[in-house]
Design a binder for this molecule. Structure first.
Ligand code: SF4
Length: 233
């Protein structure tokens, strides 16, 4: 059912490459880690998840969506984004997991970096915090690979996201699981530029098709203030 729905959408939008185009492609834009049949997808919001989820399902990779974004402020904004992500996943019959929301803890974890600009040190710390929890969740669930929709945004630094993902992977793999029996021995960050392969354009199509709420700032109060300042300029 999921596959049928997604295939129909893809064909309708002319998203599939023709055979000739496929043959002339030298290197695939999206490289699947060997043996990957399942992935934990850390999702920042529904619009950024949509084309990635579609692509994964189309390529026989089962996504589990993990919504973990304690950075979002205020809580009303957090709830809107969360409900949109849930609506998207449930509509496609995809497993959706709600992470905790503790914004005060997040503020403490980025303390001293409040004045940093977007793409600065606060953002890298924010990515590391979120991806470390995503890596832990993947390990708990026995899903070897994890990746993030953060790497679909042209406003974010892919280098920072990649560093954060690998740091999260190392942190979680380095933690001994005393008293626990993890379902997989280690997790691996799937570092992928999710704007590639036409996914950025497809994201914008799906945003309209699903009529998703489209946020106007990254998420935290600092990005909200920066956006308002630049709007007034
Ligand atoms: S601007 Fe975005 S990525 Fe950077 S700290 Fe704020 S919420 Fe996190």
């Amino acid at each position: 059912m999921i596959f049928w729905k997604i295939n129909t959408q893809i064909e309708k939008n002319g998203y599939l490459c023709s055979r000739k185009e496929t043959e002339t492609m030298k290197k695939p834009a999206i490289i699947v880690p060997e043996g990957c049949k399942e992935v934990l997808l850390h999702a920042c919001c529904a619009p950024c998840s949509s084309a990635i989820v579609e692509w994964l399902v189309q390529h026989d990779i089962r996504p589990t969506i993990f919504y973990y974004n304690p950075n979002i402020f205020p809580v009303e904004e957090y709830e809107i984004r969360k409900q949109e992500s849930k609506r998207h996943a449930e509509g496609l019959g995809i497993t959706w997991i709600d992470g905790d929301y503790n914004h005060e803890q997040w503020r403490q974890d980025v303390c001293g970096l409040e004045g940093e600009p977007e793409r600065g040190r606060r953002c890298e710390q924010c990515f590391t915090l979120r991806l470390t929890v995503a890596a832990r969740k993947a390990k708990e669930l026995g899903i070897r690979y994890f990746t993030t929709t953060l790497a679909s945004s042209r406003w974010k630094s892919l280098e920072q996201i990649e560093r954060a993902g690998h740091l999260a992977e190392q942190t979680i793999n380095g933690i001994s699981q005393k008293g626990q029996s993890p379902l997989c021995d280690s997790v691996t960050f799937w570092a992928q530029n999710w704007r590639k392969g036409g996914l950025y354009e497809r994201r914008n199509q799906l945003l309209k098709e699903f009529d998703f709420y489209n946020q106007q700032y990254c998420g935290c109060e600092y990005s909200f203030r920066q956006k308002n300042i630049s709007t007034k300029d």
